[in-house]
Design a protein around this ligand. Sequence first.
Ligand SMILES: Nc1ncnc2c1ncn2[C@@H]1O[C@H](COP(=O)(O)OP(=O)(O)OP(=O)(O)O)[C@@H](O)[C@H]1O
Ligand SMILES: [Mg+2]
Length: 334
Amino acid sequence: MPHPNPNGLASLVPRLAGRRVLVVGDLVADRYVLTEPARLSREAPVMVARYQTEELIPGGAANTAANLLALGAEVTPVGIVGADRNGDDLMARFSARGVDVTGIVRDEDFVTITKTRVMVGDPNRMKQQVLRIDRDPDGPPPESACEALLDRVRERLPDADAVLLSDYGYDAVSTQVFEVVQGAVGDRVLTVDSRYRISSFRGVTLATPNESEVEEALGFRLRTMEDLDRAGAMLRDRIDAPALLITRGKRGMALFTGDAPRFDIPATGSDEVTDVSGAGDTVISVATLALASGADVRDAARLANAAAGLVVMKLGAATCSSDELITAVAEGSA
Ligand SMILES: Nc1ncnc2c1ncn2[C@@H]1O[C@H](COP(=O)(O)OP(=O)(O)OP(=O)(O)O)[C@@H](O)[C@H]1O
Ligand SMILES: [Mg+2]
């Protein structure tokens, strides 16, 4: 369904800049090791690749923060990293952009959540991922780090226009954190994306699970549109939220609000998809900013959908700028 006033959507974009968002969640370092193929090894039947360079890209909650920054928001990331090189590099990425990183707790006994991707390919071609090495903490963060995190949340909450919770299942967004946020957020926007515990976040303004997260939370598959309707009603009831946005990959998104029937938003820009990872982070970032700017939830969802359609055309967990977003919605593709 075309938007009755696409320019209305474009005019929203400049209003996103300057909003202050507190991002609490699991900060991830996405490291890309770029190599080119050299020869076959004589030691084993494997390829030898020559190291070119490596790059660190913010992932998880850090990708959400990067998406907010790209749209001109003022972002305060709050999370936990280890006292290691990946933690250093992640902090440096934020500091270089003028972000206040004092909300990030560094803990000697924690390891920065890191996904290292080894990419191989000729210099002028798109590289292929041949191996991913995950570095995950052994368990939840130490208690002292969790306490410190709670303090940072308490300190920084008063200055935020909106709070975004990005829970990738590594325990930064604990029950206590949620209680503290809920107790202080008042009528400000509070949004959540949670890999495994979406049902626990009662009373948020908006939740943005993908279909498989909804299936896991409710225990049934979403095979038909009737299943989707039933799931939307059930989950919204469980979390008692005014809005629920279920993201559906290349099928776009479905928004559930009030007593209104399901509102479908088809995906845009899908013919040149490069990498869908991180699209969910873009969705919650843009939706949060739009809501904090006074947009109604349908426009917020449409704008989020347009932004996600842009980042899936880019490699890795990517972001989109205000200009790119304005162009995309002005072209009417949203
Ligand atoms: N192939 C695609 N073409 C166009 N848009 C897409 C495509 N895949 C995803 N999107 C957009 O991105 C949004 C989020 O995608 P998806 O539902 O896969 O989220 P997700 O599984 O949470 O992603 P991730 O956790 O990797 O960040 C979709 O609602 C849609 O707007
Ligand atoms: Mg997701």
